[in-house]
Design a protein around this ligand. Structure first.
Ligand code: NAD
Ligand code: HSE
Ligand code: NA
Length: 440
């Protein structure tokens, strides 16, 4: 196919100036792709992309990037204040200085691409308002589920449908840990260290294992899916540090596996949004049960489309750089057209549903005295709080016994009240584990 005679070739166009903030696991891969794929990217954008500067924390460190050392600076504020930048990629992470740098970049006329889910879930409205005010793009596909294109489908492809539920595995580090604990019997700490060495974990891995990273992503997914504003404060968050080898073995005995899930759902009766992240048992027959290593997978359920599944690498420098570059090409094309792309819609203003109203099933393990009437007393405690029992399994342990109760669907408030009542009973030595059961 020949170029249109009077349409200049991409390489003849004025280059678009790109600045990078942060050159770590993700930033290094972004620079690699920008330099190695420059010609193809120019053809896809319609103009060359020129790296105008790379802000780092410490100059002088050897970096595996083929760029002119003169482009490296430790003054990120000066870089984003230049006024001649077309596109700024923020892959520093954290709240500040990332937030201030992004706002300065937008104010000085640049469009911004970020992978910073912590910042967006903490203060997204401020950033979206600035992007709208300065009529610039603010894209963040890389912020949720790494390489998986999930945000653009929610923002654009499904804009004509009504999403009712989003459930998935959106943190690679914790999936890696649970997968290794389940498939190799590895210990928690050992698996975490491996995930860190592979570049999956946040700078502070507490963000991963205590669920803050997944909660931030759940907030962004819920905001886009339900056209409202959900912040990380609205998300019920439990991490995986309490998951034990016994829990994993119990799941196996039930034909399940423990996965760390993010679940966002529209409660149509109250027109509210529930968002939560926690470890849960899911049946081995469920597609999420086979998500291994640091892979992610997201199920979206909408009224017209039905069930959709998105799958791919959720962490790692190159997979994440793929999502960053996709946003960069999209924002660069918009720069050439002179108009920003689709912004974030929050017109429904839906309230956050309290976690107590969440309906799900539960797996409860109890250490009890092995004597007559114990089973009836425990069953009564569940019945008294309107929690229906589906199965009970008892194993004798000398003078004690272990009871494993799996419930039918109940509210989280009813289950919490039941557990509190059980803990007050003399015949109950310990409520050793409570885990939700999802994915039926
Ligand atoms: N690693 C992944 O798999 C992954 C996936 C998706 C999203 N993200 C997100 O991408 C962002 C970056 O993640 P990463 O894994 O590359 O982290 P990283 O820690 O490897 O890289 C961040 C870099 O920013 C630099 N930096 C810190 N403060 C700076 C400053 N003031 N000026 C310039 N540079 C500064 C650090 O020295 C570091 O090299 C984070 O928001 C993270 O949540 C990471
Ligand atoms: N630490 C994050 C990186 C991807 O957002 C994870 O493990 O999923
Ligand atoms: Na993504």
């Amino acid at each position: 196919m020949t170029e249109n005679a009077d349409k200049p070739l991409a390489e003849e166009k004025q280059p678009l100036k790109v600045a990078l903030l942060g050159c770590g696991v993700v930033g290094t891969e972004v620079v690699r792709i920008l330099t190695e794929r420059a010609d193809d990217l120019a053809a896809r954008v319609g103009a060359p992309l020129e790296i105008a500067g790379i802000a780092v924390r410490r100059a002088g460190r050897t970096r595996d990037i083929a760029v002119d050392p003169a482009l490296i600076t430790t003054d990120a504020q000066a870089l984003v204040s230049r006024g001649d930048l077309d596109l700024v990629i923020e892959v520093i992470g954290g709240i500040e200085p990332a937030r201030g740098l992004i706002l300065t970049a937008l104010e000085n006329g640049a469009s911004v691409i970020t992978a910073n889910k912590a910042l967006l879930a903490e203060d997204g409205p401020t950033l979206f308002a600035a992007a709208e005010k300065y009529e610039r793009d603010l894209y963040f596909e890389a912020a949720v589920a790494g390489a998986i294109p999930i945000l653009r489908p929610l923002r654009e492809s499904l804009a004509g449908d009504d999403v009712v539920r989003v459930m998935g595995i959106v943190n690679g580090t914790t999936n890696y840990i649970l997968d290794k604990m389940d498939s190799t019997g590895a210990g928690f700490d050992e698996a975490l260290e491996e995930a860190q060495a592979l570049g999956y974990a946040e700078a502070d891995p507490t963000a991963d294992i205590e669920g803050f990273d997944a909660a931030a992503k759940a907030a962004l997914l819920a905001s886009l899916a339900f056209h409202t504003r959900v912040s990380i404060a609205d998300v019920h968050r439990e991490g995986i540090t309490e998951v034990t080898a016994t829990d994993i073995a119990s799941a196996r005995e039930m034909g399940c596996v423990v996965k760390f899930l993010a679940i966002c759902e529209l409660d149509e009766a109250s027109d509210s949004v529930g968002a939560r992240v926690y470890p849960a048992m899911i049946p081995l027959s469920h597609p999420l049960a086979s998500v291994r290593d640091a892979y992610n997978a997201v199920f979206v359920e909408s009224k017209a489309a039905g069930q959709l599944m998105f799958y791919g690498r959720g962490a790692g420098g190159a997979p994440t750089a793929s999502a960053v570059l996709g946003d960069l090409v999209s924002a660069a094309r918009n720069r050439l057209k002179g108009v920003p792309g689709v912004g974030e819609s929050s017109y429904t203003q839906r309230a956050a549903r309290p976690m107590g109203a969440t309906m799900t099933r539960y797996h409860v393990s109890l250490d009890v005295a092995d004597k007559a009437g114990v089973l009836a007393a425990v069953a009564h405690a569940f019945a008294e709080h309107d929690v229906s029992i589906q199965t009970v399994r008892q194993e004798g342990r000398g003078g004690d016994a272990q009871l494993v109760v799996v419930t039918h669907t109940a509210t989280d408030a009813a289950l919490s009240a039941t557990v509190e009542a059980l803990r007050d009973m003399d015949i109950v030595r310990e409520v050793s584990s409570v885990m939700r059961v999802e994915g039926d």
